[in-house]
Design a binder for this molecule. Structure first.
Ligand SMILES: Cc1ncc(COP(=O)(O)O)c(C=O)c1O
Length: 367
């Protein structure tokens, strides 16, 4: 086979997801392992979503509603906007890809924070964009520096709020300054995958009714607080004119019928949302306390995950934690070679993690 692959595709480093539990158990011959690597909801899926899926199973022989009528309406009314401001996706990853497909020509420029969620750069690179990665300042996105990087070729600016993997947020004031400095043809994408976990009152929150008249897209997902990562469903809130363009390039059945009914039901499950946020905040307090006692430093977070400095190569600690049946994420690829990232789990999972970490770090030879 002789394929002609564009050099910008060849240059892409594939996204490496968190290791699945099944893979760990298969490879290491262990059972009862714990995954704290993909910022998922440890409580499981929203019960209302599960009930909606059970009800929807008998319609599986039908194609999904290509317009996502019910889900789009629910999202619109929950946010005080119109259904024409909403685009649904196969995860919010899909909305990132749709934005890039609709807005980017090879050679256009896309600004991303670094380190941040890697799919912004991967999706943009796949379209032949030049990616301008702007380093964080004190772990936080430097929106002024990002504004300075804008050129006549810049089409998209990604803001991740809270930022994955640092868990930091940007303020409304800093964001307004960025928006005021941008030319009208630059679209800002604010990824709010973890916004429900934030407790800082100064944190920016977009997707408001007044935002849909600005060149601004808000990304949200059902993968985190609603516990539906496996179904793949997320959405974007944006000006109707942009939604209309994205809907032209969106495959008509990108969100499957189970995902549509489950997500619509999950939006009504505010009790589950509160339960999840409460669990995460209590878990963070307990984890911070235990890490303080162990003398380890970490970055406080506004999300359901955070970074811990393990004081030795994170890749080695990652491997040794696997042997203890605990999946974490090494942050070497994100520029933090001695840091791991964990998400908050159930109380029992957090304790299991702490025990495993203590065992791994107490060994002299960590290999
Ligand atoms: C910041 C951020 N955005 C988007 C996503 C993707 O979410 P989804 O499952 O909706 O594609 C993730 C997943 O980890 C994330 O961390």
């Amino acid at each position: 086979m002789k394929l002609t692959i564009p050099t910008y595709i060849q240059a892409i480093e594939p996204y490496v997801p968190g290791k699945p539990l099944e893979a760990l158990e298969r490879e290491y011959g262990i059972s009862d392992s714990v995954k704290l690597a993909s910022n998922e909801n440890p409580l499981g899926p929203s019960p209302k979503a599960l009930a909606a899926i059970r009800n929807g199973l008998t319609a599986l022989h039908r194609y999904p509603d290509g317009a996502g009528h019910l889900l789009t309406r629910k999202i619109a009314s929950a946010n005080g906007i119109l259904p024409t401001n909403v685009v649904i996706g196969n995860g919010s990853d899909d909305i990132i890809a749709l934005l890039v497909r609709a807005l980017i020509r090879p050679g256009d420029r896309v600004i991303v924070p670094r380190p941040s969620f890697l799919m912004y750069a991967i999706s943009a690179s796949a379209a032949g964009a030049v990616v301008d990665a702007v380093p964080l300042k004190d772990l936080t996105m430097d929106l002024d520096a990002m504004a300075e990087r804008v050129t006549a070729d810049t089409r998209l600016v990604f803001v991740c709020n809270p930022n994955n993997p640092t868990g930091t947020v940007v303020t409304q004031t800093a964001f307004d300054r960025l928006m005021n400095r941008l030319p009208a043809d630059v679209v800002v994408v604010v990824d709010e995958a973890y916004i429900e976990f934030v407790s800082n009152p100064d944190c920016l929150k977009t997707g408001q009714p007044s935002d849909v008249n600005r060149p601004l897209v808000t990304l949200r997902t059902f993968s985190k607080v609603y516990g539906l990562a496996g179904l793949r469903v997320g959405y974007g809130i944006m000006p109707a004119s942009l939604a209309e363009i994205l809907n032209r390039v969106r495959p008509p059945f990108n969100v499957n019928s189970m995902a549509q009914v489950a997500a619509a039901a999950a939006l009504d499950d505010q009790a589950f949302l509160q339960q999840t946020v409460g669990l995460v905040h209590r878990g963070l307090d307990e984890l911070y306390g235990a890490l303080d006692r162990m003398g380890l430093s970490y970055f406080k977070t506004e999300a359901n995950f955070f970074l811990i400095d393990v004081g030795q190569p994170a890749d080695v600690v990652f491997e040794n934690m696997l042997r203890q049946g605990v999946i974490v994420r090494s942050m070497r690829a994100y520029g933090f070679p001695t840091y791991i990232r964990i998400n908050v789990g159930l109380e029992s999972e957090n304790r299991r993690f702490l025990r495993a970490l203590e065992t791994v770090l107490s060994r002299k030879d960590t290999r």
